[in-house]
Design a protein around this ligand. Structure first.
Ligand SMILES: Nc1ncnc2c1ncn2[C@@H]1O[C@H](COP(=O)(O)OP(=O)(O)OP(=O)(O)O)[C@@H](O)[C@H]1O
Ligand SMILES: [Mg+2]
Length: 275
């Protein structure tokens, strides 16, 4: 190809994209548009997130979902932790499986529609070893090829870290925003702060912070996280040894513990006061 022709070819190939925008990013934007349309029956989409593992994202997501349902809202719960899905284990419904055909049909449990990769694998102990593109594809199916129907709230329980799973959710799902979960320790505060800053940088709102495993008064690290993110503390959930037992028995914490119910009521009151 002559040099001039090559130049012309390059020009033709790239001129259809907005200046400076890589074609693959344009595809992400197109997917975001499709997802928005597909999920137009859902009024609010909220992610529960922290880059730090084990802070209580799944605990907060499940209890938040059931506390919202208790108020009469129609709620869906997406286990967006694709490779270590824990929601079915927490709820003691490991035996519930979705038909592995598209569109996927979430499974209703106690009035909440739930979808998880754990409902697609035949054996809970089987590790899910997927590279980023497959994780992204699975999330895409949960957004574009799952029959969520009409919902007031879709709560997404994210995986820790700041790589493919959370990144895809931030780029593709048209979220109201994230609830950032943290623990009193400095290491949790720093990594939770990182998560919130990542979300903000990608244009996703931070709705507030929940201090889980709280000792009462919010720690210095939590206060600093809230301040740096320019958000508010939605509430705290105390550190309770009974939680492990409830989880192991597949019991929902707020149904067993009146104090936990109150804590989640406060979180929802603060969340819905400032939508
Ligand atoms: N408030 C609490 N008091 C006591 N134990 C708790 C509390 N919240 C969560 N836990 C326990 O801490 C562990 C981690 O909780 P959970 O799985 O919800 O965290 P996570 O952030 O979702 O973890 P991962 O990063 O692995 O997804 C679980 O064993 C859970 O039962
Ligand atoms: Mg989890």
């Amino acid at each position: 190809m002559a040099e001039e022709e090559q130049h012309q070819h390059r020009h033709e190939h790239t001129h259809q994209y907005p200046p400076g925008m890589h074609p693959s990013f344009l595809r992400v934007l197109e997917q975001k548009k499709r997802v928005k349309q597909k999920l137009s029956g859902i009024k609010h989409k909220i992610g529960v997130y922290s880059a730090k593992g084990g802070v209580g994202k799944t605990t907060v997501a499940i209890n938040l979902a059931y506390a919202l349902a208790k108020r009469g809202y129609k709620v869906g719960l997406l286990d967006a932790d694709i490779d270590c899905p824990n929601i079915t284990m927490f709820l003691g419904i490991e035996d519930k499986k979705m038909e592995p055909v598209l569109p996927l049909k979430p499974i209703a449990y106690n009035g909440i529609k739930i979808a998880s990769t754990a409902m697609l694998v035949d054996e809970m102990k089987r590790p899910i070893i997927w590279r980023g593109p497959i994780v992204t594809k699975m999330l895409g199916d949960f957004f574009e090829n799952t029959e969520w129907g009409e919902l007031d709230y879709l709560i997404a329980d994210l995986s820790p870290g700041t790589s493919d799973g959370p990144l895809t959710i931030m780029q593709v799902l048209d979220l109201d925003g994230f609830i950032i979960v943290t623990n009193p320790e400095r290491v949790s505060g720093i990594n939770s702060m990182r998560s919130g800053l990542m979300a903000k940088r990608l244009g996703v709102a931070v709705l507030g912070v929940v201090e889980n495993m709280s000792d009462g008064k919010p720690s210095k690290a939590t206060e600093e996280t809230v301040k740096t993110l320019g958000t508010e503390l939605l509430g705290a959930v105390g550190r309770r040894k009974e939680f492990a037992e409830f989880t192991d028995k597949g019991k929902i914490h707020i149904a067993e513990d009146a104090v936990a119910q109150k804590e989640f009521d406060t979180i929802i009151d603060n969340l819905t006061e400032h939508p």
